[in-house]
Design a binder for this molecule. Structure first.
Ligand SMILES: Nc1ncnc2c1ncn2[C@@H]1O[C@H](COP(=O)(O)OP(=O)(O)OP(=O)(O)O)[C@@H](O)[C@H]1O
Ligand SMILES: [Mg+2]
Length: 229
C-alpha cells in the first residue's frame, strides 16, 4: 500500500489578530493533496482569508501546526512557499508593485531565470488570456479594480504553479472574463495543478465542482466532496 502524505495539513490551528477577542480562525483541522480542487465559502469575516494567509505563511498560528510538503510551514522562506503555491490575495493592490502591466507579469518569470524571448512570449500569452496585452504599458496603479485583479491573476498563472490559492478572484471581474477564468482554472486543474478558491461567487463555485469547505466564525463546519469523504 502506498501512503501519500497530504500536500498541506493543519492541525488544531488557531489565529487571533492582536486586539481582537474572538479568534479569526479557530482550531482548524484540514488536509489536502496537491491535485485537489477546493472551494472555500463563508460569510464576510468567517476567516477564509486568514486561513489562506496561514497556509501561505503570511500569518503564524498562535496554536497548532501547519505542514507544507512534509515540512512545517514556518521553516520555509516566503519565497520558497511562493515557489510551491502560487497565490492571489483578496486585495490586488497588495500584490502590484511594478511600473507597468508587462513588468508585473515579467517580474516572476525573470526571477525564474527565463530567457528574454521566453519572458516576452509568456507575457504575451498570459496577458492575451484576458485581453490585457493592449494595456501592457499602463501603470498597474492606474487600472480599474477588475483590470488590477486580472493582471495579478495573469501574473500568477504565467508562473505555472503546481498549486494555486485564489482569494475572491472574480470580485470585480465582468461576466465574459469570469467565464474565461473559470475555463482556465478547470483546464489547469485537469493538467495537474491543485486549486483552492475562496469565493462568494456561487456560479463559479457550482461550475468548479470540487471539494466544498464552508466556514462559520473561524471554523470549518462543512467539508464535502473531497477524496476522503
Ligand atoms: N488585519 C486584521 N486585524 C484585525 N482583525 C482582522 C484583520 N483581518 C481580519 N480580521 C478579522 O478576522 C476575522 C476574519 O477575517 P477574514 O478576513 O479572514 O474573513 P473572510 O472570511 O476572508 O471575510 P470576507 O468574505 O469579507 O473576505 C474578521 O472578524 C475580521 O474582522
Ligand atoms: Mg476574505
Amino acid at each position: 500500500m502506498v501512503i501519500t502524505l497530504p500536500f498541506v495539513s493543519l492541525e488544531g490551528v488557531s489565529y487571533t489578530y492582536s486586539g481582537r477577542k474572538e479568534a479569526a480562525v479557530n482550531n482548524i483541522n484540514l488536509s489536502f493533496n496537491k491535485s485537489e480542487k477546493i472551494t472555500v465559502t463563508g460569510a464576510n469575516g468567517s476567516g477564509k482569508s486568514t486561513l489562506a494567509k496561514l497556509i501561505l505563511g503570511l500569518l503564524k498560528p498562535q496554536k497548532g501546526k501547519i505542514i507544507l510538503d512534509n515540512r512545517p510551514v514556518d521553516r520555509y522562506s516566503l519565497v520558497e512557499i511562493g515557489e510551491k503555491i502560487g497565490y492571489v490575495l483578496q486585495n490586488p493592490n497588495q500584490m502590484l508593485f511594478n511600473t507597468s502591466v508587462y513588468n508585473e507579469i515579467a517580474f516572476g518569470l525573470k526571477w525564474k531565470a527565463k530567457s528574454k524571448e521566453e519572458v516576452r512570449s509568456l507575457c504575451k500569452k498570459y496577458l492575451d488570456l484576458f485581453q490585457l496585452w493592449e494595456i501592457r504599458h499602463e501603470m498597474p496603479f492606474n487600472l480599474s479594480e477588475g483590470q488590477k485583479q486580472l493582471v495579478v491573476i495573469s501574473a500568477v498563472l504565467a508562473l505555472q504553479p503546481s498549486f494555486l490559492i485564489l482569494d475572491e478572484p472574480t470580485k470585480s471581474i465582468d461576466t465574459f472574463r469570469r467565464k474565461i477564468l473559470a475555463d482556465i482554472l478547470q483546464e489547469i486543474w485537469r493538467q495537474g495543478t491543485g486549486i483552492m478558491i475562496i469565493s462568494h461567487d456561487f456560479e463559479l463555485i457550482a461550475g468548479f465542482n470540487g471539494r466544498r469547505i464552508h466556514m462559520v466564525k473561524g471554523e470549518i463546519v462543512e467539508d464535502e466532496g473531497g477524496y476522503k469523504n
